[in-house]
Design a protein around this ligand. Structure first.
Ligand code: SF4
Length: 320
């Protein structure tokens, strides 16, 4: 992975997503998330269920629930993301490959339609582009000409990846794309997705709860807890030498070995806070073995520790 270019492709700043509720400003589920994605990189949003990672992804895709209030800045190439960017410059890969495909159209017809509507090409050119994109994922021509229900799960995954890339997006957002798949298939899909994004020159924003997948496939990562980024940086720094107590605890909770320091780390105990009930201090304080009175009193802001961002009052060996 080459060093990132100085200008971010995607810039997310102070993103907040709230729902109507008892708190003064509603129930805030995403609470000031900030990160950048650079051209050509694989960036992972990772955290437990309920951390706000999928809602963050949906908000930046303009797909937050209708009852949600979204504030903050989401910039693509320095300009606010518009509806026209979605599907053209930003593509999405959903959790369920079958739901992403229309059951009543042949696969290559669906891609050709997407090409025509976004790029305005004629029928022949659009079909040729669709066939090229499908072939690039390894889908055979007879499968490309079939209806989705006639394809295996793996073939449908290939078709969905082709659909995401057919219009040459700058960024692909993949929200838990391998949930419910067995480990071998998860690895295969992520490898194919990463390869195709790299070949197409697209950055990949991977939303996942799977730290091992992050370690194998991502360049940089943001670890979310209770709607906040608690640690952000290069994967080898964040996962090999975690600074935030939450990242350390999350790594310790992995069911299998393979990441460093596991045997010396505490097991992740307790449950994340209920959205809207995080209180004034650090949201992780009730579960954190290093919590102090300061932690319970004041929410920590982000600081730089050994080249990564950490939201913690007491990170180890701080050299901000
Ligand atoms: S701020 Fe305090 S409670 Fe929060 S993670 Fe850091 S040490 Fe733990």
């Amino acid at each position: 992975m080459p060093p990132p270019s100085p200008e971010p492709l995607l810039s997310v700043d102070d993103l907040r997503v709230s729902f109507p509720g008892a708190a003064p400003a509603g129930v805030e589920v995403v609470r000031g998330v900030r990160f950048e994605v650079y051209a050509g990189e694989v960036f992972a949003l990772v955290g437990e269920s309920g951390a706000g990672k999928s809602l963050t992804a949906r908000a930046l895709l303009g797909m937050a629930p209708r009852t949600a209030t979204v504030t903050g800045r989401i910039l693509l190439h320095g300009a606010p993301v518009t509806a026209a960017d979605l599907g053209r410059r930003i593509a999405r890969i959903p959790q369920d490959a079958l739901s992403a495909l229309s059951p009543v159209h042949r696969v290559e017809d669906q891609l050709a339609l997407a090409v025509r509507s976004v790029q305005g090409l004629g029928r022949r050119e659009a079909r040729a582009a669709a066939r090229r994109a499908l072939a690039d994922t390894g889908l055979a021509p007879e499968a490309a000409a079939a209806y989705p229900h006639a394809l295996s799960g793996g073939m449908r995954q290939r078709a969905v990846i082709a659909m995401a890339l057919v219009n040459g997006p700058d960024l692909v957002v993949a929200d838990e794309p391998t949930t419910a798949l067995d480990p071998d298939r998860q690895e295969w899909i992520l490898t194919l997705l990463k390869e195709r994004c790299a070949a197409a020159g697209a950055a990949l924003l991977l939303v996942t709860h799977d730290l091992e997948a992050v370690r194998r496939h991502a360049d940089r990562t943001a670890v979310l807890y209770a709607g906040r980024v608690t640690e952000l940086g290069a994967v080898e720094r964040v996962l090999e030498h975690p600074a935030a107590p939450y990242t350390r605890a999350l790594l310790a909770s992995l069911p299998t070995a393979g990441l460093p320091h596991r045997s010396r780390l505490p097991v992740l105990a307790g449950a994340p806070p209920v959205p809207g009930a995080t209180g004034e201090g650090c949201a992780f304080a009730p579960r954190c073995p290093d919590a102090t009175a300061l932690c319970r009193r004041e929410d920590p802001g982000p600081r730089t520790v050994h080249g990564r961002g950490v939201a913690c009052h007491h990170p180890p060996g701080e050299t901000a």
